[in-house]
Every structure is written in C-alpha cells, then in structure tokens.
Design a protein around this ligand. Structure first.
Ligand SMILES: *Cc1c(COP(=O)(O)O)cnc(C)c1O
Length: 446
C-alpha cells in the first residue's frame, strides 16, 4: 500500500543536502504555503483516479512501481533540479549517470560502451537506429511483426525504409523469414527484440547475429523491457542462449523505468563501439565551457534531460546492484516464477487457455470458446468483471492464426482475437497467482 512514512527519510536527506550551500549568503525564496497545501490536497484527490499499479492484483500492463530509494532520491534531487545536458547544469548527477552507464554496460558484458540515459525506450531506440542509419545510409530496418510498434515509426522519422519480419508460433522472429528479407540485399539494421512487449517472447539472437553478420547488417537489441533478465538464474535454456550473446550486438536499449525500479523518464542506449560518438559531435554556443570533461549532451540527441533520473538510478544501484546472484536478480527470478506458476494454474483450470509458454514474465491467455469472436467478447467481459473484484488485467489483439495454433479448431471468424494479458512484473506476484486465478474463474463464471 502507499506508505507516507517514507517521507521521513526524505526530510533528513534534504537537510543534509542543504548543508552544501550553507555558507552562501542567506536567501530564502518564498511561496504561499496555505494555497500550496490546498492545491496539493486537490492533486492527491485527482490522483486517486488511477489503477492501483503497486498492488499485486494489478496484473495488467507493463507497469512496475519504483523502489522507494529511487522515488526518494529522485525527489531529493529536485531541490537542486540538475540538468544532465552539460556539466554546467548538473556536475554530480552527470558523474552519477556515467557510473550508471558503466554498471549497465556490465550487465551485458561491456566494459566501456558509449551510452547515456534517455527519456525512455523510444528515444533510446531512435538513437540506435539513427546511428545505424548513419553507418548504412538509406538502408532498410528490419524488426519482427511483434516488435514494439515504434520501430516502424522511428524509421519513418529517420527516413529509413522499414519492413516487418514474420514471427514463429511462439511470437519470436522467424529465422527463415529473416533470411528471405536479408537476401533482398538492402538491409542496414536488424532489430532483435529481447522480450517483446506483447508476450515477452525473445527473438533467437544467435541465429540473427549469424545471418546479419553474413549480410553485413548491424544488429540492434531492443531489450527495453527484457534486458535485465540476463541477470536472472531461472531462464529457459533456449531463452538463456539469446541472453548469452547479447554482448555481440552493436547496440542495446534497456529501460530502467520498465524492470529497473525507476520512475518514468529513464531509458538507456548503449553502443558497443564508443567511436560512434563521432556522429553526435556538435558545438553548443551556450554550454560545454565549464569543463573539458565529457558533457553528456555531446553524446545524446536530447538537450535538457533530468539529472533526477540519473540520481534515482544511481541510488538504486547502490542499494540493489544490477548483478547476477544479488537481491535485484532474485526479484527477477520471482517474476519468472510468478509467470510460470500462473501459466500452470491456468492450464490446469477449466476456463482459460494460456497461449504461449512464458519466456519472461508476461502471460497471454484466452477464455475457452469455439470462435475467435466469442473469445474476444469473453475477454472483454472478464476484463470488466475482474476489475469489479479489484483484479486489473490488460487486453491484447493477436492475429487469429497465432491463437489458433494453441486453440486448434476454433472458428476463425475474425482477423484478430482480443485476448487477456498479464505482466507479472512485481516479485510479489509470485505469492498472488492462486488468488488471481480464483478471481479470474469467478469473473468468467459471473
Ligand atoms: C516499452 C518498450 C519500448 C518503448 O519504450 P518506452 O520507454 O515506452 O518509450 C520499446 N521496446 C520494447 C520492447 C518495449 O517493451
């Protein structure tokens, strides 16, 4: 539940922060405390109109609460409000960001990548595909038909042709289909999705690297959601093989605001070859004068960026280092357990068919029915009925062919089927799968 006691920690920390400027001449900007209190009360009331994302019975979209240390460090940094564009605007937080990049590089086995934080995964993917386009001007970007929808749009923004590659029955990029696309001879970058957003399927990276290498194409790993799972110990063998060669890709995107316990506004792009920094080179008439050290704005497309994101991530790395075998990794294993357990309970029950063996912590499932249209109708009914019981789910449209693979014999009377989807990305979900299935059974029987 939301616990206001955390605020005590923040007060002490703000007092400690204030000591840093204690010898400046006295200056206290004022504000209307009473009006501010009233407005805050209004904000709190308005903000009640949200799903309870922090609760294990929120088992819907890819939403995970930030760790208290991230929330508090982020808030603390706002008393400074650093800007990580340049050292002029955020010395301490820029140093923290550079340390975070080293930590994140190590997650993928990279000692000295070029990288920085971004507003999110979309901006990070844009930078990776932009660099790909600079190296292979005018060449095509490939990503699977289940890759994040933004890859097509990013390619459009960059003026690069884009083609989608078919997926296999598990939702992963189909290697034979990829080969056919590469054989056309116009491909600059292949996007391998390491954990797709819909079902958590991991593209077969060893095969992708081999084929792309043979055709002279770059490989970019979109691991916005799934990147951290390389630290887990309980991956399926086939999935683990993809993670084992992540370090052989040219660039990687991972979102600390997905599985890294961060508030929104924290993505990250990493490049294996730091020399791609040359593409970013630009002058700024206003900044970069305060130090000869690297200003993060010199290697990013965005200008102003919240130093707060770096402070929050750095604080989280101190408490929960992103290394295998640690507490952070154990949390990821619990999410994998939750998804497997949920999948097993649904399979054993009488009302729902899980559509894919979960590779990570997403389970897509469908109410049992004889026609595609009937499954869609029931999914929407269950979505609403479960919400009345405080169980919040997500819906997902899948090509009917993909669903029919797991529900043979269904009448294919529509092109897509609306299914149910649960991202079990809170470690606590592992303790709640029984309760969730109970509520699902009740919702469908209503
Ligand atoms: C979430 C996600 C993105 C987009 O990232 P944002 O942080 O939402 O901009 C891209 N790719 C994948 C695989 C994702 O899961």
């Amino acid at each position: 539940m939301i616990n206001s006691a955390e605020i005590e920690l923040l007060k002490t920390a703000v007092e400690r922060l204030a000591e840093g400027a204690a010898d400046a001449p006295e200056f206290a900007p004022g504000f209307d405390v009473n009006r501010t209190r009233d407005v805050l009360d209004e904000v709190a009331a308005r903000m009640q109109d949200n799903y309870p994302y922090f609760h294990p019975l929120y088992a819907g979209q890819m939403l995970k609460p930030p760790h208290p240390v991230a929330r508090l460090a982020y808030a603390l940094s706002l008393w400074v409000n650093p800007n990580n564009h340049a050292l002029d605007g955020g010395r301490a937080s820029s140093a923290m960001e550079k340390e975070c990049i080293v930590d994140l590089g190590r997650v993928f086995g990279w000692d000295a990548p070029l990288g920085h934080l971004t507003g999110g995964g979309t901006m990070a993917n844009l930078e990776a595909l932009w660099v790909g386009g600079r190296l292979h001007a005018g060449k095509t970007v490939l990503a699977s038909s289940q890759a994040h929808y933004t890859h097509g749009r990013i390619s459009e923004v960059l003026g690069l042709p884009f083609r989608a590659v078919d997926v296999d029955e598990a939702g992963r990029m189909d290697i034979a289909a990829l080969e056919r696309e590469l054989d056309k001879g116009d491909v600059g970058t292949v996007v391998a999705t390491i954990g797709n957003t819909g079902m958590g399927a991991v593209d077969p990276l060893p095969g992708i690297l081999e084929l792309a290498g043979r055709h002279g194409a770059r490989v970019h790993a979109d691991a916005a959601y799934g990147g951290y799972f390389g630290l887990a110990s309980a991956l399926k063998a086939s999935t683990a093989k993809a993670y084992a060669c992540l370090g052989e890709t040219d660039s990687i995107v991972v979102d600390p605001h997905k599985h890294g316990l961060q508030p929104y506004g924290c993505g990250c792009v990493l490049f294996r070859d730091p020399s791609v920094g040359r593409f970013y080179k630009h002058g700024s008439p206003y900044t970069y004068f305060s130090s000869a050290d690297l200003h993060l704005g010199e290697i990013s497309l965005e200008c102003s960026r919240p130093g707060a994101s770096a402070v929050a991530l750095w604080a989280t790395h101190q408490l929960l280092p992103p290394v295998s075998g640690g507490e952070f990794a154990a949390g990821l294993d619990r999410c994998l357990d939750a998804a497997r357990d949920f999948h097993a309970r649904l399979s054993a029950g009488g009302h729902f068919t899980p559509l894919f063996d979960p590779e990570l912590d997403i389970v897509v499932y469908a109410p049992r029915a004889s026609a595609a249209s009937e499954i869609s109708r029931l999914s929407r009914e269950v979505f609403d009925a479960a919400a009345d019981e405080h169980l919040h789910l997500a819906l997902m449209a899948l090509p009917t062919g993909l669903v029919a693979g797991r529900m043979p014999g269904i009448q294919q009377d529509a092109e897509t089927v609306t299914c149910l989807r649960s991202v079990l990305m809170k470690p606590e979900h592992a303790d709640w799968t029984g309760r969730i299935v109970e509520l699902l059974d009740r919702a469908i029987s209503r």
